[in-house]
Write a protein that binds this ligand. Structure first.
Ligand code: GUN
Length: 284
């Protein structure tokens, strides 16, 4: 079998088009969704990420404000900036780009963001809302993965999903979202002994470890859906995921590529969350 590709670029384009429509409707009511992005220091990858987030926002009609702060900014000064953004009614979403410089406590910084503006979905209140099934912001990457499953009309009820990777921003929320759709969920991690024994039983595998070839063809049940959250470089320096794409695509029923899979979906869901925030508050 050769798997069908779940095209993240095409789906993200659709989601951005919907987002543009919702933004236009808000603007007609005098509200422009506004995302404030806070970058501390000069991490090269972070600079690229925030540039994309600003461009995505502007292309969709949202306002994005990028604040750059020096690497030696004090934690107190950053917390004061976040409190000011919390109090600013014209700002609907606040994103503090990670990683922060080492002298800062990322948890403390994120917990200072108002949960109503936590469009990254990283706040404990967002994680708690997801855990107990209350409305809140879902972290963009697992949210994007769920949209990919929805796009192929996949019914998760009674299916077995294996998530590899237990991070707070992908693995754990991903497990909660799958469970909420009545899947049976197993969360594994890079040190799970005999990982293949779990993945071979899975109808859906989500690989989010950050290591190449975590999932190879012999570990996949024929016809399974494989979602690759990884972002790595191969020996030639080319982007690749956690999944051995060429091998696994011969066994799986559906597969997401890297690049062009989960990455663009993550970016699109940030726009959707920011628009949700603006719709919830309804203030400009
Ligand atoms: N750094 C890498 N990815 C992300 C993300 O999705 N959000 C934030 N805030 N920082 C990141």
């Amino acid at each position: 079998m050769t798997a069908q590709i779940i095209d993240g670029n095409a789906l993200a384009k659709q989601i951005r088009a919907e987002a543009a429509g919702r933004t236009a409707a808000l603007k007609a009511r005098g509200v422009q969704p506004h995302l404030a992005i806070v970058l501390v220091g000069e991490d090269p990858a972070s600079q690229v990420y925030v540039k994309h987030k600003v461009a995505d926002s502007e292309q969709t009609g949202l306002k994005a404000t990028l604040e750059r702060h020096p690497v030696d900014m004090t934690e107190d000064a950053l917390l004061a900036r976040i409190r000011a953004l919390n109090a600013d009614a014209s700002v609907h979403g606040i994103l503090v780009q990670l990683p922060l410089p080492r002298h800062m406590d990322s948890h403390k910084v994120i917990e200072t963001i108002s949960p109503a503006k936590d469009v990254d979905g990283f706040h404990v209140a967002s994680a708690g809302a997801l855990m107990v099934g209350q409305p809140g912001f879902w972290p963009c990457t697992p949210y994007g993965c769920m949209k990919m499953l929805e796009s192929i009309g996949y019914d998760l009820r009674g299916k077995h999903a294996v998530v590899i990777g237990r991070s707070n921003i992908v693995g754990k929320p991903m497990a909660m979202m799958l469970l909420a759709k009545d899947a049976t969920v197993t969360v594994c991690h890079s040190r799970t002994p005999d990982l293949a024994a779990f993945t071979r039983q899975a109808d859906v595998v989500v690989a989010a470890v950050g290591k190449r070839n975590v999932l190879t063809a012999g570990m996949v049940k024929p016809g399974a859906v494989v979602i690759d959250v990884g972002m790595n470089r191969n020996d030639e320096g080319k982007l690749c995921g956690d999944v051995d794409f060429d091998g696994v695509k011969e066994v799986a029923g559906w597969i997401t590529p890297v690049p062009g899979g989960v990455g663009p979906m993550t970016r699109a869901m940030l726009l959707a969350n920011t628009i949700d925030a603006a719709e919830r508050t309804g203030r400009g």
